[in-house]
Design a protein around this ligand. Structure first.
Ligand code: FAD
Ligand code: NAD
Length: 479
């Protein structure tokens, strides 16, 4: 038997690495097992998020956005740059540098905090033992008082469109196209589809998105989702709702996709196809036969509100458990379980987790939609404000979108905030903090905002809840 630890974390994504650092900060002897190896065969920390998820996608979203700014908008504001051309290889180089800096940062944090980094694949055995199979096949077994499983998720595959090297790819493949595909198909108009579809659309691809549902972004407030759909359509994203993909064929290095919609059977040909129809929990080779850790009916590791599994002392967090598949949700759960293991009281507020889609403009939301609230029988009042009436947004030449605040009609407590705008992903933090503190719309309305700032649109939306927005013509008479 090798070393014994207070805590062994399996997986070093944003769930696992944060749990490990926090546990070590709290004085617990902590190890973190990670099996991910990069193209050079070196173990890397950071999981999906840093290696093939949040970080690389945001690097490409930012570079492609800057390209569009230079191509389509600089001349509007008096900057003449001629015709810019995207250098895809250089964009990837930048993306790789960003990944390397982030990944290196985690390894440095492990060292600084005294987290033991174990390389290889971790398996939970009975009696809180963890077997680690190194990259060379050597096995070692460690004992722990507590285990935190943070094994993450992988993309869902669907039978009609099996992945085909370089032609039908998942999100990881779509982050690596060496050239801009002329005709790009995307199955699933969810978060990944919209973000990666936007990247390649901006760089010149003709993008067609086939989405099974009839509703666009059903988790977003209807007004904001409708506005987003209009804005993305204007950019050239052809989003086809209510489609059912029935099959695909590779012909002459092209992908022919068969699908059905309300009009009947159809066929469309692409140069590349991205399949992004969701992700599923990753639990392969993770649980020994007598580990005793139960899965739920959808294959997620079954946990309670505080991420306890069916085995005392074994916790699970992040994408491999119920809830939204978001890096910050995984990290918050990681901190919560480390605190619980260290004997502190800790809990998560699952009602105040922000979501952001990094299109341009960005879509960001927290809490209920107006439709959710009504369906739950809650009477609401709402306030909306367009960025076209915000001075800073106009000066930024980015005045598209609007902000909406949803409040309880009786108590004025904020139930949700939904925004589509430039930097909505930053603005939404105001809604999260407000909800975390149980604020009312009036609390925001009575707060002094810096001028000029795009945040003033949030102030105005909160004022509009009672019909008193200043920079809007149709306001109610103050009582
Ligand atoms: P992961 O990040 O998946 O990490 C799990 C780790 O566990 C991996 O490193 C894996 O190798 C390791 N592992 C698994 N099994 C074992 C084992 N048996 N032994 C050892 N190691 C093991 N979320 C956001 O919040 N914002 C975004 O902008 C965003 N963008 C995204 C873009 C893309 C293209 C994708 C694919 C995802 C994106 N996500 C985003 C989702 C986000 O990446 C995940 O929610 C997040 O990474 C989940 O963290 P995690 O720690 O639970 O799992
Ligand atoms: P998603 O659930 O966001 O979207 C998948 C979409 O595919 C849905 O709209 C669904 O209706 C559709 N779909 C499912 N099966 C289909 C089929 N057979 N044909 C056509 N459409 C189909 O999933 P995703 O975009 O793959 O992202 C996976 C996870 O990663 C999400 O949970 C998301 O939270 C996370 N993620 C987050 C961010 C972010 O926070 N900015 C970015 C990327 C990914």
């Amino acid at each position: 038997m090798a070393d014994k630890f207070d805590v062994i974390v399996i997986g070093a994504g944003p769930g696992g690495y944060v749990a490990a650092i926090r546990a070590a900060q709290l004085g617990l002897k902590t190890a973190c097992v990670e099996k991910w190896v990069n193209k050079e065969g070196k173990t890397v920390h950071g999981g999906t998020c840093l290696n093939v998820g949040c970080i690389p996608s945001k690097a490409l979203l930012e570079t492609s956005h800057k390209f569009v700014e230079a191509r389509d908008h600089y001349n509007e504001i008096g900057i003449e740059v001629g015709e810019p051309t995207p250098n895809v290889a250089k964009m990837h180089e930048f993306k790789e540098q960003v990944i390397a800096k982030n990944v290196g940062g985690i390894s440095a944090l492990f060292k600084a905090n005294g987290v033991t980094a174990l390389e290889g694949s971790g398996k939970v055995l009975s009696s809180k033992q963890v077997e680690v199979t190194g990259h060379d096949g050597e096995k070692a077994t460690y004992e722990a008082d507590n285990i935190v499983i943070a094994s993450g998720s992988v993309p869902v595959e669907i039978p009609p469109t099996p992945l085909t090297e370089g032609l039908i790819v998942n999100s990881t493949g779509a982050l690596e196209f060496e050239e801009v595909p002329k005709r790009l198909g995307v199955i699933g108009a969810g978060v990944i589809g919209l973000e990666l579809g936007s990247v390649w659309n901006r760089l010149g691809s003709e993008v067609t998105m086939l989405e099974a549902m009839d509703t666009f972004l059903p988790m977003v407030d209807k007004d904001i989702a409708k506005e987003t759909q209009k804005l993305l359509k204007k950019q050239g994203l052809d989003i086809r709702l209510g489609t059912r993909v029935t099959g695909s064929e590779i012909k002459d290095n092209e992908v022919v996709v068969k699908y059905a919609d309300a009009e009947g059977e159809k066929e469309i040909t692409f140069d590349k196809l991205i399949v992004c129809v969701g992700r599923r929990p990753y639990t392969e080779a993770l649980l020994g036969e007598d580990a005793g850790v139960n899965l739920d009916e959808r294959g997620f590791i079954f946990v309670d509100d505080q991420c306890r599994t069916s085995v005392p002392g074994v916790y699970a967090i992040g994408d491999c458990v119920r809830g939204q598949m978001l890096a910050h949700k995984a990290s918050e759960e990681g901190m919560m379980v480390a605190d619980i293991i260290a004997g502190h009281k800790a809990e998560m507020n699952y009602d105040a987790i922000p979501c952001v889609i990094y299109t341009s403009p960005e879509v960001a939301w927290v809490g209920m939609t107006e439709q959710d609230a009504k369906a739950a029988g809650i009477e609401v009042k709402t306030g909306s404000f367009p960025f076209s009436a915000n001075g800073r947004a106009l000066a930024n030449n980015a005045a598209e979108g609007s902000a909406k605040v949803i409040a309880d009609a009786e108590t004025d407590r904020i139930l949700g905030m939904h925004i589509v705008s430039q930097h909505a992903g930053e603005l939404i933090a105001q809604g999260v903090i407000a909800m975390e503190f149980g604020s009312s719309a009036e609390d925001i309305a009575l707060t002094c905002y810096a001028h000029p700032s795009t945040s003033e649109a949030i102030h105005e939306a909160a004022l509009a809840v009672d019909g008193h927005a200043i920079h809007m013509a149709n306001r109610k008479k103050r009582k």
